[in-house]
Design a protein. Structure first.
Length: 136
């Protein structure tokens, strides 16, 4: 896979494929910046990486039907659940990696603007390691 447009990203949350209800899924990872600057640094700041962290930002098209988006997300509030995200529906491979980990479902929303599409825009912090898997 070369440069591509995200048209069939696959996202599971707590073992449920939510791809048909998602308008956006963005996994962001970072490492803490630890300042190691000393008198020998020649006037330049020097850094090393520290603890890693991340967020999974999801924009759901809301659905309040039985066993749909609203009910499932409400039930997850305050719990740690697994997630997976991969670029396309094809099998996991070197050109279709799957990112796997856990997130704390620490927020929930309901409502919106009059006449607008009912959505939930939620961002959950990762907890523990996030893995990039290319093994089918």
């Amino acid at each position: 896979m070369a440069v591509f447009a995200l048209t069939s990203e696959v996202t599971f949350l707590d073992g449920v494929n939510h791809s048909a209800a998602l308008k956006s899924a963005v996994l962001t990872l970072s490492a803490a910046e630890l300042d190691t600057t000393d008198f020998a640094s020649g006037g330049w700041v020097e850094m090393i990486g520290g603890n890693k962290s991340g967020t999974l930002a999801l924009t759901f098209m809301d659905d309040v039907a039985d066993n749909a988006v609203d009910e499932l997300l409400f039930a997850m509030l305050g719990t740690v659940v697994t997630f997976t995200v991969k670029p396309v529906t094809a099998a996991i491979s070197a050109s279709n990696p799957e990112y796997q980990g856990s997130v704390l479902v620490n927020g929930y929303t309901f409502g919106g603007d009059v006449g607008s599409l009912a959505t939930k825009q939620l961002t959950f912090p990762t907890t523990g390691a996030v893995v990039r898997d290319i093994t089918p």
